[in-house]
Design a protein around this ligand. Structure first.
Ligand code: FES
Length: 365
């Protein structure tokens, strides 16, 4: 496992550095003039050439998922390039399968518009919009996680499915020279369409530094979305296994809001992994769900408790309890949100118990 993590870190770091170098080189020498961009055979745009396909699309208010802000390190920004776009770059290769390469799938943040292009994107991405909003509340949830409530301006509304995410625009500020976008899951109820709640954990990167050190109540922010195929599947009666660690709780809370509001009484068990009791948050909300959702069970499990914590609940990582508690996959489905390492481990356990790709939904971040 350690070798896999080190290899992943090295590949990610290498492709990240390569992507930045290519961008810098291109910026200094490129002047490609106007180009024609045709999307889905029916929409035509005249754009300035030389920039990445992702930035070019954003300029046209067409938003493609891009969780790493165009750095070539998330693999989210895939589009099908039918004409133009040149050779696939080495920075794209770690993110594309053989099948995707055969089907001309490219990372739009790496592929440059240097000639006329024809591309295909899923039609639903045309419904993704940018929203102007005001920061209504910033609250410390744990020493490193803040809750941020963003209210849309001028009675605007956002429609999303419980579990989906938005991208927050990170502006230029002292210490961040480039505008950027970062993906955050929506934690609030889809019923409240005029605001969204996000949980943002501090990592020291430009986006979380902006939120934790520069963002204030009353500030104007820009979001775009919604995105993602990690969302609550309606019209099913299977037992639900929910698993999250840290800020991965966000989409799970949105799903639980939806279940409480729609009086859905599916059996649901939520395993939440944290390190110490001070890393547990929104426990009042969890109590509310325990009252509203008849067969809801919450299992917080802590991995770094000591005697001083007087913790009487579950201990260890979430995977330990899933391994022990779940007998088989009969009439069950799982929703997982958290780090890639946690999700890979949990998926492996669930598959051993008989779960298939059709009944495991996950969101890695
Ligand atoms: S790889 Fe993250 S935006 Fe392209």
């Amino acid at each position: 496992m350690e070798t896999i993590l080190i290899t992943t870190a090295v590949v990610t770091g290498f492709t990240g550095i390569l992507a930045v170098l290519l961008t810098l080189a291109d910026r200094t020498i490129a002047n490609y003039g106007e180009k024609k961009l045709v999307i889905n055979d029916d929409k035509e745009y005249i754009v300035n050439g030389g920039r990445s396909l992702l930035s070019t699309l954003i300029e046209q208010k067409i938003f493609i998922p891009s969780a790493c802000g165009g750095k070539g390190t998330c693999g989210y920004c895939k589009v099908k390039v039918l004409e133009g776009g040149g050779q696939v770059l080495p920075t794209e290769l770690p993110w594309l399968t053989e099948e995707e390469l055969k089907n001309n799938i490219r990372l739009s943040c790496q592929c440059k518009v240097k000639e006329d292009m024809k591309i295909y994107i899923p039609e639903e991405l045309f419904n993704v919009r940018e929203y102007e909003a005001t920061v209504e509340l910033i609250e410390d949830m744990t020493p490193v996680i803040k809750k941020v409530r963003i209210r849309l301006k001028e009675e605007d509304e956002i429609e999303f499915k419980p579990g989906q995410y938005i991208q927050l625009k990170i502006p230029v500020y002292d210490g961040n020279e480039e505008e950027d976008y970062r993906a955050y899951s929506i934690a609030s109820s889809p019923k409240a369409k005029d605001f969204i709640d996000l949980y943002i954990g501090y990592t020291g990167g430009p986006a979380t530094t902006y939120v934790h050190k520069f963002l204030n109540v009353g500030d104007t922010v820009y979001i775009n979305g919604p995105y993602g195929d990690f969302y609550y599947r309606d019209n099913r009666d299977k037992e639900m296994i929910l698993v999250a660690v840290g800020t991965g709780i966000a989409p799970i809370l949105s799903i639980l809001h939806y279940m409480a509001e729609h009086e859905i009484d599916r059996k649901v068990t939520f395993y939440f992994g944290a390190r110490t009791p001070e890393d547990l948050f929104e426990m009042d909300l969890i109590k509310y769900f325990e009252e509203k959702i008849p067969r809801f069970k919450f299992i917080p499990t802590l991995s770094r408790v000591t005697e001083e914590h007087n913790w009487t609940g579950a201990r260890g990582r979430v995977n330990v309890h899933l391994e022990k508690d779940i007998e088989n996959a009969d009439n069950k489905e799982a929703y997982l949100c958290g780090s890639p390492a946690m999700i890979d481990t949990v998926v492996e356990i669930l598959k051993k118990k008989g779960f298939t790709d059709e009944n495991i939904f996950y969101d890695k971040f």
